[in-house]
Design a protein. Structure first.
Length: 251
């Protein structure tokens, strides 16, 4: 079978199943595991797929974005561990920016530091922050329906009034070459601005975000440290070539 034909079969099969293991592909193409691993490596380099342990999965669509409700039901236990780990980085007296998102939202329950101030663009964050009696500022702007994030020109302008000791940003995708990306250009603009205004910069991402690419870039890898639950040493060592990584999997 020609390489191009194998690649077409693999991609067509992935469109049906979304993720496959190497043994399924052996049966599908009648090729060896070593041949298929080379095929998958090549397809990953061409940004068609993402390699996962034992197989591959389709990359998410560049503009695909789940709602806050949909996101809140995914990887709950992993996000809680990740959020607790990130919250411990905050120190007494810090001025902190918390990005809109489900993982940053979960950080709030673990914020017991004294005298901190939080600025956020997450509408859903407000009640939780007030319940913890945390001094809170919310930026102005347009409320995005899907993520309840404040975005747009007014949000961007109001961000200019603040400076942060630390910021914690969510992301839809992390790619070794293409950096941190998210589906919405206006939301990307707010994330980028928060990073530029912060002394220490952290991006929170569970293991599913690595190797993915979304529509709008908001930072290069070296511009922020990554906090993740990823425990694959090969992935971690690769990304450590460009930035610092803190893994809650080893805490």
């Amino acid at each position: 079978m020609l390489i191009s034909e194998r690649h077409r079969l693999i991609l067509d099969y992935l469109k049906e199943k979304e993720n496959v293991n190497i043994h399924e592909l052996v049966g599908l193409t009648k090729s060896s595991e070593s041949t298929l691993r080379r095929d998958l490596d090549q397809l990953e380099k061409q940004n068609y797929i993402k390699r996962v342990h034992g197989g591959a999965t389709l990359l998410q669509k560049k503009r695909e974005e789940l709602s806050m409700i949909e996101k809140s039901t995914q990887n709950l236990k992993e996000k809680a561990i990740l959020a607790k780990y990130a919250a411990q980085i905050i120190e007494d007296g810090d001025c902190v920016y918390l990005d809109a998102g489900t993982t940053t939202y979960q950080m709030i329950q673990y914020l017991d530091q004294k005298n901190i101030v939080v600025v956020t663009n997450g509408v859903d964050h407000l009640d939780a922050l007030h319940a913890k009696d945390i001094n809170t500022y919310i930026i102005g702007g347009y409320v995005k329906k899907a993520t309840k994030a404040l975005i747009g020109s007014n949000a961007y302008e109001s961000m200019k009034n603040y400076r942060f000791d630390k910021c914690f940003i969510g992301t839809n995708a992390i790619h070794f070459e293409l950096g941190f990306t998210t589906p919405d250009p206006e939301e990307a603009q707010i994330k980028a601005k928060a990073l530029s205004l912060s002394r220490e910069k952290f991006v929170l991402a569970d293991h599913t975000k690595f190797g993915e690419v979304s529509f709008s870039k908001f930072a290069e890898l070296h511009q922020a440290k990554i906090i993740t639950n990823e425990d694959d040493s090969m992935i971690l060592e690769k990304y450590k070539k460009k930035t610092e990584i803190y893994s809650s999997a080893f805490s």
